[in-house]
Write a protein that binds this ligand. Structure first.
Ligand SMILES: NC(=O)c1ccc[n+]([C@@H]2O[C@H](COP(=O)([O-])OP(=O)(O)OC[C@H]3O[C@@H](n4cnc5c(N)ncnc54)[C@H](O)[C@@H]3O)[C@@H](O)[C@H]2O)c1
Length: 367
C-alpha cells in the first residue's frame, strides 16, 4: 500500500522512538547538506566519510553554511567519527555516499550488522531502486529511501521511498524525521525517478519538442513558462544543471522505464552534448553566456533546427502543451502508485518551483 503523508500514516500507530542522533555517511555535497539540515532541526549528527579529506571539507562546508545563517553554535552538535562502527547508537543512519550500487550495498550490509533494528537505515540514492540497496540487508523492513534535493540544507522537499519490503513503521519514522527537520515529506513508491524526477521529465522533453518543431526559441518558451509563474523554463534550467548531466538523467530514466517513446531523449540535446555544449558551466548550452547579453540564444541552434522559432506558439499554448505533458506523466505515475496526486503536486511545487502542481493546474482550468 502506498500511504499518503497527510492523515493515513501518522494516524496508523504510535511512533515510539525519538530521533536524537542521526548518522550521516558521506560528507560530500549531499551528506554535508543533510547534516546541516539535521543541525538546523536541532538534531545531533555523527558524520562519517571514508575519506578524512572529504570529512574535513564537509565540516568546513557545514560550518560556513551555519555561519551564513548566523548560527555557528549549532556546529557543536556535529561529531566526526572515524568508522561506521561508531554509528551503532544512532537512531537513524542516512547514507549519502557515491552513486555506486555495489558500494552502497556493501555499506548497508555493514550498517545492518552494526545498527540494531528497528533503527532506520535510509539511502539518498537518486538513480537506484531502494529495494536493490535494501536487499543487501537482513532487515530490509527498516530500510527506506530519503531523497533530498540540492541544496539539501535549503530545499524543503524530501521524497520518502517505500521499498517492497519497507515497513509502515519505517516509513512513518522517516516522515516524522523529515518533519522534525522542518521539511515536507512526500511518500513515493520505489519506481525509477521516484516522483519528482519522473514527473518533471516531460517538462524538459516537451519544451525541446516545441523547439525542434520551430514553435518557439528557448527564450520564447522559457519566457512563456516564467510568465505563468514557474521559477524557470526548461532551457535555462537544463543550462544550469548541465546539458550532459540532464541527458544522462533522461537516458537513465527512459531505460529504467523500458524505453517508452514518450520519454525518449530529444535529438537536439544529444546533438548539443555531442558538440560539447554543456550549459552555463562552459558558457554554451541552449543560450550562450560570458560577454553576451543575458538570454542570447546559442547560434548553433540555427544550424540544428531548421526554421528555428519561425512558427511560434502563443504563450498560453506553450504553457498548455508543457503543463499538459507533465500532467499526462503525473496521471500515469499516480496510476502506478508512484505517488498520490496531492504528493505529486507538492513535489512539483517544492522541488521545481511550480506555482501549483499539475493536478491543481488541471482543476483550476476546469473551474
Ligand atoms: N548531488 C545531487 O544533486 C544529488 C541530489 C539528490 C541525491 N543525490 C545522491 O546523494 C548521494 C551523494 O551524492 P553527492 O553529490 O553528495 O556525492 P559526492 O561525490 O559529493 O560525495 C560522496 C561522498 O561519499 C564518500 N564515500 C564514498 N564511498 C564511501 C563509503 N563506502 N563510506 C563512506 N563514505 C564514502 C566520498 O568520499 C564522498 O565524500 C548519491 O547517492 C546521489 O545520487 C545527489
Amino acid at each position: 500500500m502506498l500511504g499518503g503523508v497527510e492523515g493515513g500514516l501518522e494516524a496508523e500507530g504510535e511512533v515510539t522512538a525519538t530521533m536524537d542522533l542521526i548518522g550521516v555517511v558521506g560528507a560530500g555535497t549531499m551528506g554535508a547538506g543533510i547534516a546541516q539540515a539535521c543541525l538546523q532541526g536541532g538534531v545531533e549528527v555523527a558524520l562519517y566519510d571514508v575519506s578524512p579529506e572529504a570529512l574535513d571539507a564537509g565540516e568546513r562546508r557545514i560550518l560556513s553554511g551555519l555561519e551564513r545563517l548566523e548560527r555557528p553554535e549549532l556546529f557543536s552538535m556535529v561529531r566526526r567519527v572515524d568508522s561506521p562502527a561508531r554509528l551503532s547508537r544512532c537512531d537513524a543512519v542516512i547514507e549519502a555516499i557515491v552513486e555506486d550500487l555495489g558500494v552502497k550495498r556493501e555499506l548497508f550490509a555493514q550498517l545492518d550488522r552494526l545498527v540494531e533494528p528497528p533503527r532506520l537505515l535510509a539511502t539518498s540514492t537518486s538513480s537506484f531502486l531502494v529495494g536493490r540497496v535494501a536487499a543487501a540487508t537482513e532487515f530490509p523492513e527498516r530500510v527506506v529511501g530519503m531523497h533530498f534535493f540540492r541544496p539539501a540544507q535549503v530545499t524543503a522537499l524530501v521524497e520518502v521511498v517505500r521499498a517492497e519490503h519497507g515497513s509502515d513503521e519505517a516509513v512513518r519514522r522517516a516522515v516524522r524525521l523529515v518533519r522534525a527537520l522542518g521539511k515536507t515529506p512526500v511518500v513515493c513508491g520505489d519506481r525509477p525517478g521516484f516522483i519528482a524526477d519522473r514527473v518533471a521529465r516531460p517538462f524538459y522533453l516537451s519544451g525541446m519538442r516545441l523547439l525542434e518543431e520551430g514553435r518557439g526559441t528557448p527564450a520564447d518558451i522559457d519566457r512563456a513558462l516564467r510568465q505563468a509563474g514557474l521559477r524557470m523554463g526548461p532551457f535555462e534550467l537544463m543550462d544550469g544543471i548541465g546539458l550532459e548531466v540532464d541527458l544522462a538523467a533522461a537516458r537513465g530514466l527512459w531505460e529504467a522505464l523500458g524505453k517508452p517513446e514518450r520519454l525518449a531523449p530529444r535529438r537536439i540535446q544529444e546533438q548539443l552534448v555531442a558538440w560539447g555544449r554543456r550549459g552555463r558551466k562552459n558558457a554554451c548550452g541552449f543560450y550562450v553566456y560570458g560577454e553576451n547579453p543575458p538570454g542570447t540564444i546559442n547560434p548553433d541552434l540555427e544550424e540544428l533546427v531548421p526554421g528555428l522559432g519561425k512558427r511560434p506558439l502563443a504563450p498560453a499554448d506553450v504553457v498548455r502543451t508543457v503543463v499538459g505533458a507533465v500532467l499526462d506523466e503525473a496521471k500515469l505515475a499516480a496510476e502506478e502508485r508512484v505517488g498520490s496526486p496531492s504528493d505529486i503536486d507538492i513535489a512539483m511545487r517544492l522541488g521545481f518551483g511550480w506555482p501549483r502542481g499539475p493536478f491543481e493546474w488541471e482543476r483550476e482550468i476546469a473551474a
